[in-house]
Ligand binder design. Structure first.
Ligand SMILES: NC(=O)c1ccc[n+]([C@@H]2O[C@H](COP(=O)([O-])OP(=O)(O)OC[C@H]3O[C@@H](n4cnc5c(N)ncnc54)[C@H](O)[C@@H]3O)[C@@H](O)[C@H]2O)c1
Length: 367
């Protein structure tokens, strides 16, 4: 109410200023009150723009001799409605939006090379966790087909069905234990028959044992973990590498190791896991050197502590606080925090990169 009264007063004051004195006032003799009235009302009404559909124009030229002569030009120019802005597509958190061919073609070369357009990608451990999210990322980054290898039948089948339903891409699931060389070979051959030779292997299948002192470690458990994490990396790489070589195709193998392959975790004792991941890193480097001649690149991703089911063990709750406190970013990695790195290593933009071990850990290994 107060402001309405005030604006009426201001408007009155402005219109009360004689035209001549207004013209003068814009030069030098404007009273403070007049200037205030002008600038305040201008500010006040700035947002109240009446949008015209056409703009009335009056043009006075020396020939027209002014309005009184009737020789002035009066006309209107049409106003083009400004084009409605492109709607911003809000992607649902959980949606998978595959890269469309027409969008890919419009992308600058640098971004095209950062995609995995047209590539056939096998991801082990893709039923859940980090592997599952890397599979989604590959689907979004242009993969021609995504293939999940996992030992968990229900989760794997569900994950493949969901990824296919969300992306519309060809997605397959093979129930394969990465310790089973024959099953791996049969499954890889089937992938070749279905989609052609794989371009990329992401080996994310793995398990962890922790809080087991070495002096009481059950040797059978030790062997099992090494068999899954290290021998599994070898069997998968060998089978997929052979398929790439047979097809004369370059390829990228990404082994998910861990920062535990380079440092010793604290406070939990987990010698076997740490040794298995150190083995994966050194295996990856050796393979990179051997297979460069085939155009096959091999790199490792070494995550720090990630917030996945692997770590959702009540016994680890207290230790998670310590892990966080030792991580400069003061958090565990999110389940999709490896996605960008995975796509980069799978893509041609990392074509001069092989034998690298990329640690992605929120800064944990800085201390
Ligand atoms: N979560 C972390 O903090 C963390 C940190 C560093 C490294 N990693 C590594 O990342 C990888 C993925 O971890 P995650 O957290 O997503 O674990 P996760 O347990 O959520 O997923 C692992 C997947 O691998 C599958 N798998 C397990 N054993 C298998 C086998 N023998 N054959 C085939 N599939 C098998 C499981 O069924 C599961 O789907 C693992 O290699 C893990 O060691 C995890």
């Amino acid at each position: 109410m107060v402001s309405a009264v005030r604006s009426v007063r201001l408007a009155t004051r402005l219109t009360a200023v004689p035209r001549a004195s207004f013209m003068r006032s814009t030069t030098s003799t404007t009273s403070v009150a007049q200037r205030a009235a002008f600038s305040m009302s201008a500010r006040r009404f700035k947002s109240e723009v009446i949008k015209e559909t056409e703009v009335p124009v009056s043009v006075y030229t020396p020939d027209s001799k002014g309005v009184a002569s009737g020789n002035s030009d009066h006309f209107s120019i049409p106003v083009k409605a400004s084009r409605a802005p492109e709607p911003i597509v809000e992607h649902e958190e959980d949606a998978v939006n595959p890269l469309e061919d027409k969008v890919f073609k419009q992308m600058p070369r640098t971004l095209q090379r950062m995609s995995v357009m047209g590539k056939v990608i096998i991801i082990t451990g893709g039923a859940r966790g980090l592997g599952n999210h890397m599979a989604r990322a590959c689907a979004e980054a242009g993969a021609k087909a995504v293939v999940i290898f996992d030992a968990n039948q229900d989760l794997g089948d569900e994950a493949a069905a969901e990824l296919h339903q969300k992306s519309g891409l060809p997605v397959s699931f093979f129930k394969v234990d990465v310790r089973d060389g024959n099953a791996i070979n049969a499954a890889v051959q089937n992938v070749v028959d279905l989609y052609g030779a794989p371009d990329v292997l992401v080996n994310s299948a793995g398990i962890a044992d922790s809080n087991i002192p070495a002096e009481t470690y059950d040797p059978a458990m030790f062997r099992r973990l090494i068999d899954i994490n290290l021998t599994g990396s070898f069997l998968m790489s060998q089978s997929v590498g052979r398929a790439m070589m047979d097809a004369g195709k370059p390829g990228s193998i990404i082994l998910v190791a861990s920062m535990s392959g380079s440092i010793v975790n604290y406070p939990q004792e987990q010698s076997c896991y740490n040794a298995s991941k150190a083995g994966v890193i050194q295996f990856g480097k050796s393979l990179a050197a051997e297979w460069a001649k085939f155009g096959i690149r091999v790199n490792c991703i070494s995550p720090g502590y990630m917030d996945t089911a692997l770590n959702k063990v009540p016994a680890l709750d207290a230790q998670k606080k310590i892990w966080k406190s030792m991580t400069p970013q003061d958090r565990l990695g999110a389940v999709d925090d490896l996605n960008g790195l995975c796509v980069f290593l799978a893509s041609d933009s990392s074509s001069f990169m092989t034998g690298s071990n990329v640690i992605i850990d929120g800064g944990y290994t800085l201390y």
